[in-house]
Ligand binder design. Structure first.
Ligand SMILES: Cc1ncc(COP(=O)(O)O)c(C=O)c1O
Length: 401
């Protein structure tokens, strides 16, 4: 999308606003399926948590994707968007047995990541096919918060617990049809992926009825021009070779699955906000925008670097700015960033705003959440209205004092 198209969207729908480019989602989806084109049964399950607007889910459905979900509400959103239950994978962590049973009753593929629930579920529902999430104990991921496959992580069943896992399966006679891992987000090193995959292949040999192996996600996407990213083409080539060899050894056809979030939607998203105030202090120049970490928490939460451009003055002289929000505590999007000269009223564009941005937004400071717009076939479609005070008051119950 170009700057004028983005400015037109602000003109029409106001600011702040999230914009998603459907063509970029499609490009990334096709890119991934192409690198695994030699695998007969290849499946993508889009990680709904990254961006869960039902119109985005519909775009992914049209492309042929399934869904990866982590809550019964995400499952219900997927069903609402038109997905068949069998196209949905449910990978919760720390949820109740009751919720897992309710999701299984909908016909969705469940993925269990602890032995306690596995034993209880298998005892009650031995005929329901279950996938198991393995923790291969590989340190991978861009930072500690998004590294989930290591020894101290709460996710998955440790590979060291394999004997106990197999005993539960034998005793309950349950049907394990899939094996899964997800070791973290922003994994750069292809060899780390491949190393973890080897552990999963080794573990898979202990299960005789597998239909699929799900390698999770974690592809690192570029956050600015010339930024490093996971080389999915190299990875695809190497994993395909290894997977086809394993499939032969296993003796049954297997589906190779991934569940990317960021890879599919991160670069498709733009967050547009207006500069309310330019404030010169003794130490810096602040550009204060009509938003805050209530709308985009990633920089404050994990130090994410979202590239920021002043699309109202793209050719201006560059200066150093600290871009801050209006929340009444430290609320910094970027410090000492080189941005073309900013005047009050200019529109700043935050890149990589598709994944974990709107979906992590809140009403903190009693601020309403922004609108969402989908750019589809050269037209802007409003896919979520900007909230109003009514939304903030909606579930509140006023008592009479
Ligand atoms: C189980 C699982 N699968 C997939 C994903 C998507 O990861 P990413 O957005 O890095 O592709 C996540 C992210 O947290 C996850 O927890």
């Amino acid at each position: 999308m170009n700057s004028q198209e983005l400015l037109n969207i602000v003109e029409e729908f106001g600011s702040p606003v999230y914009v998603y480019d459907a063509a970029k989602i499609e490009y990334q989806y096709q890119r991934l399926t192409k690198v695994f084109s030699k695998v007969e049964q290849f499946k993508v399950h889009y990680a709904v948590k990254a961006l869960s607007n039902i119109s985005i889910l519909k775009v992914l459905k049209q492309l042929g994707s399934g869904l990866d979900t982590v809550s019964i509400e995400e499952v219900q959103l997927g069903l609402h968007a038109g997905f068949e239950p069998k196209e949905i994978m449910y990978t919760p962590n720390g949820v109740s047995l009751e919720e897992i049973e309710a999701v299984a009753a909908l016909g969705v593929q469940i993925n269990i990541d602890n032995l306690s629930i596995l034993e209880q579920f298998g005892t009650k529902h031995p005929k329901t096919p279950v996938c198991v999430r393995i923790n291969p104990h590989v340190m991978a991921g861009g930072n500690a918060n998004i590294s989930v496959g290591h020894i101290d992580s709460k996710f998955g069943i440790s590979i060291h617990q394999l004997p106990h896992l197999l005993r539960i399966i034998e005793n309950t006679k349950m049907h394990i049809n899939g094996i899964h891992m997800h070791t973290g987000s922003d994994i750069l090193d292809v060899d780390v992926f491949l190393y973890a995959a080897e552990i999963l292949f080794e573990t898979a040999k202990h299960f005789s009825e597998l239909e699929f192996i799900d390698f999770g996600s974690g592809f690192k996407v570029p956050y600015k021009k010339d930024d490093i990213e996971t080389n999915v083409e190299e990875f695809g080539k190497k994993l395909t070779k290894r997977f086809l060899a394993f499939e032969k050894e296993y003796g049954r056809p297997l589906t190779l699955a991934f569940e990317p979030g960021k890879f599919l939607v991160s670069e498709a998203g733009f967050f547009l906000a207006k500069v309310n105030v330019v404030k010169q202090t003794t130490s810096t120049v602040f550009a204060g925008i009509d938003s805050g970490f209530n709308h985009l928490i990633r920089p404050m939460l994990y130090g994410s670097q979202h590239h920021i451009e002043n699309i109202s003055n793209p050719k201006g002289k560059e200066r150093f700015y600290s871009v801050v929000g209006y929340i009444c505590e430290t609320d910094t999007f970027a410090s000492n960033r080189r941005i073309t000269e900013i005047t009050e009223g200019d529109i700043l564009c935050f890149r990589n705003a598709g994944a974990y941005c709107f979906s992590m937004s809140s009403n903190y400071n009693s601020r309403v959440r922004p609108a969402e717009v989908l750019w589809y076939n050269g037209k802007a479609h409003l896919i979520r209205q900007r909230e109003t005070l009514k939304d903030i008051l909606k579930n509140q119950i006023e008592i009479t004092l």
